[in-house]
Write a protein that binds this ligand. Sequence first.
Ligand SMILES: Nc1ncnc2c1ncn2[C@@H]1O[C@H](COP(=O)(O)OP(=O)(O)OP(=O)(O)O)[C@@H](O)[C@H]1O
Ligand SMILES: [Mg+2]
Length: 267
Amino acid sequence: MNKQNLSAINANNIEKQVSLPSATSATDSDKKLEILKNINLTVNCGESIAIVGASGSGKSTLLGILAGLDLPTKGEMFFYGQPFHQLDEEQRAGVRRKDVGFIFQQFLLVPSLTALENVMLPAELSDDAEMRASAKSEAERWLQKVGLDHRLTHFPNQLSGGEQQRVAIARAFITKPKLLFADEPSANLDSDNGKLVENLLFELNQTAETTLILVTHNPELAKRCQRTVSLIGGTLVEETAPDKDPSDELADGTLDLDISEAIANAF
Ligand SMILES: Nc1ncnc2c1ncn2[C@@H]1O[C@H](COP(=O)(O)OP(=O)(O)OP(=O)(O)O)[C@@H](O)[C@H]1O
Ligand SMILES: [Mg+2]
């Protein structure tokens, strides 16, 4: 078995550039924006990892590439040993449907579907007949867990930002994905609902061994993850040892100096 097969995610030398609208030709390198530079990241199965960094540093772009929603300009992305960079969109969509949950920064709920229907959707699209059959009851269960059982028939535009975020979280959980990506999952929530959602994320990480990769501006949330990586201007500049026991840091409620410095520098 090669090294890639042992990891949930293995990203090698990832770069991401986009052409700016003013670019006159695709070869005009002056008009290209370099968002991610030479990113190397390995995430082990069942691990929880926080990606921190200032606004605009490339966190959401990196998350999209790690989840196979976007392709890097250069580099290799292995997903449980599968070379994502060599799959076409349909093949990547198949992997995402089966194994990936994503909580988007902008929620991305379907406006014409109710909260219940939005949460049911990934289960209804599953190849697993059992999951399709239990879509409604599971969606009700997850909406209850995020405290929204009284909002089942509401459409996204009838829900507050925090309520929409909780629907998006229930939608990401319903298929019990192998890998869960969350882009600032508690950013729009009050502290009680934020804690509730964070607890659910780590509950899934621990009980279903879901690998958790989250982007956050919240140092407390980052601290709950086993590992923190920091993006500064598109470069991954900080990575704590993957095999370090996180309880070492949490025991006295303080962070390792290097991590706390990285987090402080990132804001
Ligand atoms: N398609 C695009 N075209 C042009 N620029 C882009 C595109 N996508 C991202 N960018 C730019 O790349 C940089 C990184 O964007 P990204 O959304 O990944 O940042 P972020 O770290 O998630 O920020 P935030 O914390 O504000 O969510 C930003 O400067 C953004 O404007
Ligand atoms: Mg972002």
